[in-house]
Design a protein. Sequence first.
Length: 334
Amino acid sequence: MKKTGTFQRTAIGLLAALLLISLLCAMPVAAEAGEILIWGDDRYARFNDTPTGNEFIQVDAGLDYSLALTEDGSIFEWGMCAGECNDTPTGNGFTQIAAGWSHNLALTENGSIVAWGWDRYGACSDTPTGNEFIQASAGYAHNLALTEDGMIVAWGWDRDGQCSDTPTGNGFTQVSAGYAHSLALTEDGTIVAWGGDLERQCTGAPTGNGFTQISAGEFHSLALTEDGTIVAWGADGFCDAPTGNGFIQISAGEFNSLALTKDGTIVAWGDDHFSQCSGAPTGDGFIQANPGNFHSLAIKVTKPPAVPEFPSLSVSLLLVAGVVGSLLLGRQIH
């Protein structure tokens, strides 16, 4: 009888532990959020109305305006705006934003794409329908989107084949639209480039695999290796990427580029006519940095991630009580 009691107590403990582990695994991971910093060229009211607060999780810089996404999925837009700001979608629940030259994309929670702004070449009106998309990238006047099964969809301006030469098949994991060229990353970390090649921003792409990030600028491109080394190719003067490893994020703008180190320090290089490099904020704790035309944006963490609540905690407690009660009842019957 003592062995049976010991067994039941052990079983109860194991079941309770397993249930607790399952609850912890099911807890959603809260994204880091912070405040927006902006620097560079302030002509055309680029800095006007930059939103305050510390609830921002993503930023993206357009030509003379900026986009930001909050924790609850609301979109903010400011700067010198024409149609690209007037039609900013309202509500929340958006999961990603992408600013092009003068048009924008946003991804909803159900995987559908919303587009607004300058509609030249069908950059907005030809946006694909459906809800199977997991990433969207806006270029000068063409766009790329990635489906759940890793297929690439392209639309908009196609002068240099940046849309019509899009690779077929699935298994792609990331896309990035530049001025007139496009980049994609395969499952094994191989880079595929197509479209405009005036400055070898396509044919100069590094070979091999193991790359983890890509970013297409106007006439240059960036890639990040598994050990955090930055590789740059394309137009001279924009490719003097910092050496060493340990970088965790890259972003190519029109004439300059930004990268983040492991501790969240911003490194900038390229054109600096409007202090879009030398004006980069110092210190660590940044979670994103994004260059635009002549201005740049970054998010600095100002509060720790919120601690998520246990899902359906009352139901879980009832389950524990039910399991324990059943075992105890079985013990009494035997």
